[in-house]
Structure formats: C-alpha cells, structure tokens
Design a protein around this ligand. Structure first.
Ligand code: PRP
Length: 215
C-alpha cells in the first residue's frame, strides 16, 4: 500500500531530506524542487508533500498523510490526535524564557507580560511556576517585543542564540528541549501497519537508535 508523508518545510526540510536519503529513500525530487508541492519517491511506493508545521499535524490527523515529520514545538502547542512514534534527533533547539539584560520577568514585582508565538506552552510553563502572567500572542520576530516594551519577556525558540544576542536579549530559563518527531495517523497505523513500521525501521536504522519514543 502506498504511504503519504507530510514533511515540514523550512528549517527542518534539509535535515529531513538528508535523513530520508540516508535511509534509502528516493527523495531527489524533493531536494530539487521548484515550486512543486507533491513528490513521488523514485524507489518506493511513497508520496511526499511539503507543508507548514501546523498543517503537517492537520494532514496527519485527517489521514491525508499517514506519516508526518514535524518539530516537537508544534506538537506541544497544538492538537494531539496522532501517535508520536520517533524522535529523529534533528532540528534540535530549545524553548527559552528571555528578556532584556538585568530585567528578568521572574524578578518583576506586579503585572508581568510575556510575548510568545506559543501561548499554550508558555501558559503551562508559568502555571507550573505558580506565576500569573499576561500572555501576548505574537506571530513572528518575537525578540522585537521586549525591545519595544510590548512585554517583559518572551517564550521562544532558540537554536544558535544569534537572534537573542544580536538584539541584546539574554536567557533567563530553559522551558524544554525540542527536536523533530515522526507522527502517525491512528487509523493508518492499523491499516498500513507493515508499511509504516518499515518506514520507522528504516529511519531508526540510519539514526542508530533502537527505542521508539512516545512523548
Ligand atoms: C525562530 C525563533 C527565533 C529564531 C532563533 O524564528 O522564533 O526568532 O528562530 O534562532 P537562533 O537562535 O538560531 O537565532 P524563525 O526564524 O523560525 O522565524 P519567526 O521569527 O517568524 O518565528
């Protein structure tokens, strides 16, 4: 049976393609893509499509994609109606709390405002800390918000730390570590178990891993 795999475009794209290639998949059409969005594997009965991270979950949950490759950041923030099967160990970064040097939101007395693209993750984090903060949803370039005084701190992704550094921001705490995960549609895992397990095995082999993670 044919398998459809939703790949997250952007940051994760190159590393995911490299990993699939290493695992014996004929993914050169994705590598050499122009504006094309749907691709056929040249060796196996696998179809790929490139989507934004949130859409990757949507396509998997609706069963249009049997498998999805997407960052744990997106999984933590969004719906959870799928199986999370494998940590690919690529696209590694962290969720951090950052702000202006010497102005930690943890030390502020009174009303604290936090800017983030990930309000669910931020809410859970501050609740666990027993802090009642106001969350301000920001869609991109979150680092700008404390610089302009919109908020006292941010919850955001840090990969190299360059964006924070170049904008004079510092890290006050780490929320959690993030990496790319493989998610699977629940019905597909029943109907196409053999094929899906094979993909997972192929990936695991090139990762040199034996364990399947589920959270
Ligand atoms: C992410 C994140 C930071 C940046 C961190 O943004 O929100 O802005 O990457 O990376 P660094 O630590 O390597 O500098 P992204 O580029 O995904 O775009 P966005 O600003 O639209 O969220």
């Amino acid at each position: 049976m044919s398998i459809a795999i939703a790949l997250t475009k952007g940051r994760l794209e190159k590393e995911t393609i490299k990993l699939l290639e290493k695992s014996g998949y004929g993914i050169e059409s994705v590598k050499n893509k122009g504006r094309q969005l749907v691709f056929q594997d040249s060796q196996k009965d696998v179809q790929y499509f490139l989507v934004k991270a949130n859409d990757c979950i949507t396509y998997v949950q609706h069963g249009v994609a049997d498998i999805g490759v997407v960052g744990k950041d997106t999984l933590l923030e969004g719906d959870k109606d799928y199986y999370e099967m494998l940590d690919l160990g690529i696209g590694k970064c962290k969720f951090i709390v950052a702000g202006l040097q010497g102005k930690s939101p943890f030390d502020k007395v009174g009303h604290v405002k936090i800017g983030t693209k990930y309000p669910n993750i931020a809410k859970k984090y501050f609740l666990a800390k027993g802090m009642d903060v106001e969350l301000i949803k920001i869609d991109g370039s979150v680092e700008l918000a404390p610089l302009l005084g919109l908020c006292d701190g941010i919850v955001d992704i840090m990969e190299t730390g360059t964006t924070l550094k170049e904008n004079g921001l510092v890290v006050f705490d780490t929320v959690c570590e993030i990496s790319a995960r493989v998610i699977v549609n629940k019905a597909s895992f029943k109907l196409k178990r053999k094929e899906i397990s094979q993909v997972l095995e192929d990936l695991k082999e090139s990762l040199g891993e034996n364990d399947v993670t589920t959270n």
